[in-house]
Design a protein around this ligand. Structure first.
Ligand code: G6P
Length: 606
């Protein structure tokens, strides 16, 4: 996720771009840059935030009334000056800003290198600039059309040419982009807040739209360059509302981003019935000798690791443990050079997680980071890193990062199982196909969020909750309970369903709410028996069950059905109702959802 802004009109472009970028900083903030077309086509960019860019701009005079700006959240290539956008083409005649992921960029890059081109950055974006230049024969619009037809993946693009001061070109596929319509000036932006000060009239581009942005006109085309029409919408949001996409809180916005997040986590990894993790360098030979696997992490990331533990046992047939990093770092974990340690972290900066990683390395383990923030400490220090590509997460309570972590861990484990000959071709295909369906299933769940909201509103005075489940549903129970306590301050415990009778059952009364997660088919009858135990003590039960499990309706007070997928992939989507439940409980209780008391997004001290 990055932020793009573009301007053409009668005013100096630079201040307009900088103001827009500041309002898009929530979309990414590891580097920023602008390109201005005046007497020359100049690019100024830097690692860091918009204020660092402003600092750099103090020493340069950038004059021109047409320009593009970008604030980056890295996906390919570390956050540094060179990888920052805008990217020049090889001859510096074209510049490109990009939000999204080009899945086939390595193939395209290889092709261009073969043709004799030399690249400057590690990004996927640079390939786009080079391709456009390759196709350029005096008409930018034609060149962009030809280039984008070669791209696979997601992209929102802004493209400018040194030779053409009358227009710039924008393209959208799977990454958001809007056109802002002014008087004698026009804009593009990744999101509405960037341009709200200048205009309230916008066109929301759709997938496959190409926009030719001139000072007085905007022309829209499809990917074949046939003219198309889109409606103009009038936006009456405040800037703050616009940043949250019209949602009341960032947390809810981030939960609703999950279908997109699920897609991005598998980009370039699931294709043609195959699962590949191109970012992984770990060798087949090493894998042969691995005899133990750990997942170390804190908080929500730890709960993603618990899913990893089950998946490792199931697919890699290896002993596996999930460990809280603050415990792990002070134990004497049995680790040697045949140990594989997954280090899971959204920020990549959590102090305990980093300490656990260093301990594991010192003892000789091979480490793989499952990380969201590109270039973060965990990603720099692990032997390998697989990014989860969730985009910046702003709400303190982690939601979309968890979904992306779980999905990425499952992909990596399945890929390693394949590498070590433990996953047959048929099974790989079965899982690959099921992954591709997950975004749609997540959307289906979100479409029923009002049911959860209603249930939460009815339960808002409850003070005691238990989340129970078995196997992967237990992993989900841990996360469901954590979400609820973090933001709604309701006491919540995640418990293995079978363990309830060994203690917590004593606490169950008519004032208790039990959230029973029952999506894991092999054990659903077992969990059903545990639900009956609760009902016999007058506890209230909300069950999260898989579609088609009708029996549970007769036992639980309420059932929320999640669409059916393969059992092992279910956590990726079954967590959504739990996240929504926590959110709506906190909302019903009138709490500060995005900034819960006593908690911080990233804990960089011990
Ligand atoms: C804090 C956050 C949690 C997060 C945990 C680990 O406690 O509030 O949401 O899960 O840190 O953070 P990490 O960035 O390492 O995933």
């Amino acid at each position: 996720m990055c932020g793009i802004v573009g301007y053409i009109g009668g005013n100096e472009a630079l201040p307009i771009l900088i103001e827009g970028l500041k309002r898009l900083e929530y979309r990414g903030y590891d580097s920023a840059g602008v390109a201005i077309l005046g007497d020359n086509l100049e690019v100024i960019k830097t690692q860091g935030r918009i204020k660092d860019l402003e600092e750099k701009l103090k020493n340069v005079k950038l004059k021109g009334t047409i320009g593009l700006g970008h604030t980056r959240w890295a996906t390919h290539g570390a956050p540094n000056d060179i990888n920052a956008h805008p990217h020049y083409s090889e001859s510096k005649n074209i510049v490109v800003v990009h939000n999204g992921i080009i899945e086939n960029y390595l193939d395209l890059k290889k092709m261009l290198i073969k043709e004799g081109h030399t690249f400057r950055s590690d990004t996927d974006t640079e390939v786009i600039a080079y391709l456009i230049e390759d196709f350029y024969e005096g008409d930018l619009l034609q060149a962009v059309k030809k280039a984008v037809n070669m791209l696979e993946g997601s992209f929102a693009l802004g493209v400018m040419s040194r030779d053409d001061k009358t227009r710039f070109i924008a393209v959208r596929k799977d990454s958001p982009l809007i056109v802002g319509l002014g008087k004698g000036e026009n804009f593009i932006a990744s999101d509405i807040p960037a341009i709200l000060n200048h205009t309230k009239d916008v066109i929301i581009l759709e997938n496959g739209d190409i926009a030719e942005i001139k000072r007085d006109t905007v022309n829209l085309y499809n990917l074949k360059l046939e003219p198309i029409k889109r409606n103009i919408q009038r936006i009456n949001w405040s800037v703050e509302d616009a940043k949250k996409g019209g949602f009341k809180h960032f947390m809810l916005k981030e939960i609703f981003e999950e279908p997109r997040v699920i897609k991005d986590a598998m980009r370039g990894r699931v294709r043609d019935g195959k699962i590949e993790i191109p970012d992984l360098a770990l060798s087949k030979d090493f894998l042969k000798n691995v005899n133990r696997v750990y997942f170390v992490a804190c908080g929500t990331a730890y709960h993603a690791g618990v899913v990893g533990r089950y998946a490792t046992e199931k697919f890699l047939l290896l002993p596996a443990e999930a460990e809280v990093a603050s415990e792990f770092r002070y134990r004497d974990p049995v680790i040697d050079k045949n140990t594989l340690v997954f280090v899971v972290s959204q920020s990549g900066e959590t102090a305990d997680t980093l300490a656990a990683l260093r301990l594991a390395k010192k003892k000789g383990a091979y480490t793989i980071g499952i990380v969201n923030v590109v270039g973060s400490s965990v990603s720099r220090e692990t032997h390998d890193t697989v990014y989860v590509n969730a985009g910046p997460e702003i709400a303190v309570a982690s939601t979309k990062a968890y979904v992306a972590q779980v999905e990425t861990i499952l992909l990596v484990i399945l890929y390693l199982a394949k590498l070590s000959g433990k996953l047959g071709r048929e099974t790989e295909k079965k899982y690959a196909d099921a992954f591709l369906k997950l975004p749609e299933l997540a959307q289906e769940i979100l479409g029923q969020s009002d049911k959860i909201a209603q249930f939460a509103a009815n339960m808002k005075t409850i003070e005691e909750t238990f989340f129970i489940g078995r196997n992967l549903d237990y992993a989900l129970s841990l996360e469901g309970a954590l979400k609820l306590k973090e933001i709604s301050y309701v006491h919540a415990e995640g418990y293995p369903a079978g363990e309830l009778k060994h203690g917590p059952l004593a606490l169950v009364t008519s004032r208790s709410l039990i959230i029973a997660v029952d999506t894991y088919t092999p054990l659903r009858e077992k969990t059903l028996s545990n639900i009956k135990e609760v009902k016999a003590r007058n506890g209230k039960v909300l069950s999260i069950a898989s579609e088609g499990y009708e029996k549970i309706k007769d036992v639980a007070d309420a059932v929320f059905y999640v669409p059916k997928t393969l059992d092992e992939l279910s956590p990726v989507i079954s967590v959504i109702p739990l996240q929504l439940f926590a959110y709506y409980m906190a909302e019903a209780r009138g709490l500060d959802i995005d900034k819960p008391r006593n908690l911080a997004k990233s804990v960089t001290v011990e």
